[in-house]
Design a protein around this ligand. Structure first.
Ligand code: NAD
Length: 253
């Protein structure tokens, strides 16, 4: 087998920017070949420019809500590599609106990307994960643990991702593929800039015992740990990386 076939491979969705890009760089620093998937052409170009000259990265313009597009990526990756060792389902969108204002289109977009994308990528990459005896980490959210205003679609999609993770842990776990989820608290990214109003920021500041937002690095470290041999008996868990927000149990307005 050539050394290219033997290399460890991590597939990270929504990795052109934000938390996904940080996760991609973490796996790269741990010597993985990293496959970056994103549907935002401009963000993908910026990401390529940022990582220019670095080997062990592949880039794919791919919408995780579209199984045919994911299948094409899978075919290309498996023609080059024997197996996949980590899949991080990070791609997500947030639409924060009062329940009465959420449109059917908003609901479908959030559910088909956040939940559907997680299901689609896991299903399509499963045969390669099985060969690699790999691990899945799904990026949920503390908004899926605790219900609060404006998050009827987003929070529901993230809660469903947590249950999907447990199903995967039970069903794929029988064959040696582990699945866990991270539920991040607030992290300063483009998404947070878009949906975290001044009110939400004040609420988080009051409700998080560590009294700050998390960093992208704090999320990527936890994701990498769950994929690493150090977590070899951890399966079906939802790990909150939230500064104690969930433990404190204080509601948002
Ligand atoms: P972000 O918007 O900065 O990055 C998300 C990336 O996903 C973007 O590059 C975007 O183009 C990509 N993406 C979105 N839909 C896609 C699709 N259909 N196909 C492929 N790529 C797609 O957001 P972020 O804050 O880095 O969020 C990353 C993940 O973390 C998301 O799942 C989000 O819900 C979750 N999260 C974020 C926070 C936070 O406070 N930032 C908190 C909890 C959970």
């Amino acid at each position: 087998m050539s050394s290219e076939l033997q290399v460890k491979v991590a597939v990270i969705t929504g990795a052109a920017r934000g938390i996904g890009l940080e996760i991609a760089q973490k796996f790269h620093s741990e010597k993985y070949h990293v496959v970056i998937l994103d549907y935002n052409k401009e963000a993908l170009q910026d990401c390529k420019a940022k990582l220019k000259g670095k080997k062990r990265y592949s880039y794919f313009l791919c919408d995780v809500s579209k199984p045919k597009q994911i299948q094409k990526v899978f075919d290309q990756i498996t023609s080059k590599f024997e197996a996949v060792h980590a899949l991080v389902n990070n791609a997500g969108i947030a639409i924060f609106k009062p329940a009465q204002d959420i449109t059917f289109e908003d609901w479908n977009d959030v559910l088909s990307i956040n939940l559907g994308g997680t299901f689609n990528c896991s299903k399509i990459f499963y045969p390669a994960l099985l060969k690699g005896q790999g691990a899945i980490v799904n990026i949920a959210s503390i908004s899926g643990v605790r219900a609060s205003t404006l998050r009827i679609a987003y929070g529901t999609s993230k809660a469903a991702i947590m249950h999907l993770t447990k199903q995967q842990a039970v069903e794929y776990g029988n064959y040696g593929v582990r699945a866990n989820a991270i539920a991040p608290g607030p992290v300063e990214t483009e998404m947070a800039k878009l949906v975290h109003s001044a009110d939400i920021r004040t609420s988080y500041a009051d409700a998080i015992p560590l009294a700050r937002y998390g960093t992208m690095e704090e999320i990527s470290n936890a994701v990498y740990f769950l994929c690493s041999p150090a977590a070899s008996f951890i399966n079906g868990q939802i790990i909150a990386v939230d500064g104690g927000f969930d433990a404190a149990g204080v509601g948002l307005p």
